[in-house]
Design a protein around this ligand. Structure first.
Ligand SMILES: [Fe+2]
Length: 369
């Protein structure tokens, strides 16, 4: 399987991995023949990268970080709660959230189980879903990233549970933002931005009075847009004034925002998202958190075409846990010429670096598939 830019897929290629909607229905089966009409439709939905079948990488197995079923159930649980909060008056938030907090706790323990059991690095790029409600899948993704960071930082189970709950609910205040502002594709006006920014404090106010929700969870909503140097909002907190969970959520939130499929701007690949975090490390983001994130997440996902510092070109075929920047690469080209494919473990060849990634497929490989 190979990860390619949707724009570069030729007609007739076969889809490598099914595409789902929010309700878990398969929109396009693995093996579906991709025609121009379908490819355009995917681009309309903001799907910038897809997995296609490819003879050179056919045996490379791609596993989802969490099962499709769990993802769908999680998004539905989050969606139900958020929609109720959107509709309900202030008085009943407490009731809705008390009920949901129990469901969320169960969900977090299942997510933690799957994350801790899996030896793979976290790769959410492989879960291709078309979303009606970005905010629900975003809440789930941020939870997975935050838990992966928390596990990497060896937080105790109780704290992981609280961090998970804070992550699921970090954007709950957005349910008070009018939908047309939330979904606005272009640049926001100063007034609109002010309304969006209010979601951090609104989330805090919604959560802090719920007896079954620990206060730290409310602070996750309050602090996830604070930045180390004081440039964040709503309070402009600095350094250690921001709780560790707030610092973790800041990293998880930004990474998911830039690497997610959105209709109005192209998604970044994980290594590009990580560059954003690196450029803000120590300044906007806690370096320890960024570092834990780098170790936990698949920076070069399986199936991605990479170019090495000596000019060799290949496809990431497996990950080295804890060493996300040094995966195993199946070399397909040397000096621009095809070679008999072989595996090269970048954990062993430390002088070699990945210098570029390529999501444009040269289709002569796959035409005869
Ligand atoms: Fe937010």
């Amino acid at each position: 399987m190979r990860l390619v830019a949707t724009t570069s897929v030729d007609e007739g290629a076969l889809l490598g991995k099914a595409i789902y909607n929010d309700q878990g229905l398969i929109l396009l089966n693995a093996g579906a023949r991709l025609e121009g009409r379908i490819l355009n439709r995917l681009l309309d939905f903001g799907i910038d990268y897809i997995y296609i079948k490819d003879p050179d990488t056919d045996d490379i197995i791609l596993t989802n970080s969490i099962s499709d079923e769990l993802r769908v159930n999680a998004i539905m649980t989050i969606g139900e709660t958020f929609k109720q909060i959107q509709l309900d008056t202030k008085i009943s938030h407490s009731f809705v959230l008390e009920k949901s907090a129990r469901k969320f706790k169960k969900l977090i323990s299942v997510l933690l189980d799957e994350l801790q059991r899996s030896k793979e690095l976290l790769n959410l790029l492989s879960d291709v879903f078309i979303h009606d409600h970005y905010i629900f899948s975003h809440s789930l993704n941020v939870t997975l990233y935050a838990l992966a960071i928390g596990i990497e930082m060896k937080l105790p189970p109780k704290e992981l549970e609280q961090l998970g709950l804070g992550a699921i609910l970090h954007d709950v205040g957005k349910m008070k933002v009018p939908e047309d502002i939330l979904a606005k594709p272009g640049k926001l006006t100063a007034e609109e931005f002010k309304i969006i920014k209010a979601h951090a404090e609104d989330g805090f106010q919604i959560l802090r009075n719920i007896p079954t929700v620990p206060l730290i969870v409310a602070h996750c909503a309050y602090q996830h847009h604070e930045r180390l140097n004081g440039s964040g909002y709503p309070r402009g907190l600095k350094g250690d004034e921001i709780h560790l969970f707030g610092r973790i959520l800041g990293v998880a939130d930004v990474f998911d925002a830039v690497t997610s499929n959105r209709v109005y701007r192209p998604a970044m690949l994980p290594h590009e998202g990580l560059e954003i975090l690196y450029s803000g490390s120590g300044n906007l983001f806690d370096p320890m958190v960024v570092d834990a994130f780098r170790r936990a997440v698949a920076i070069y996902p399986i199936g991605l075409t990479v170019i090495l510092s000596d000019g060799r070109k290949g496809v990431v075929s497996a990950q080295n846990p804890g060493l996300s920047e040094r995966p195993i690469v199946r070399i397909l080209e040397e000096d621009g010429r095809r070679v008999v494919p072989y595996e090269l473990d970048l954990k062993v060849y430390l002088s070699l670096m990945i210098v570029n990634c390529d999501t444009i497929i040269k289709y002569e490989y796959a035409n005869n598939y």
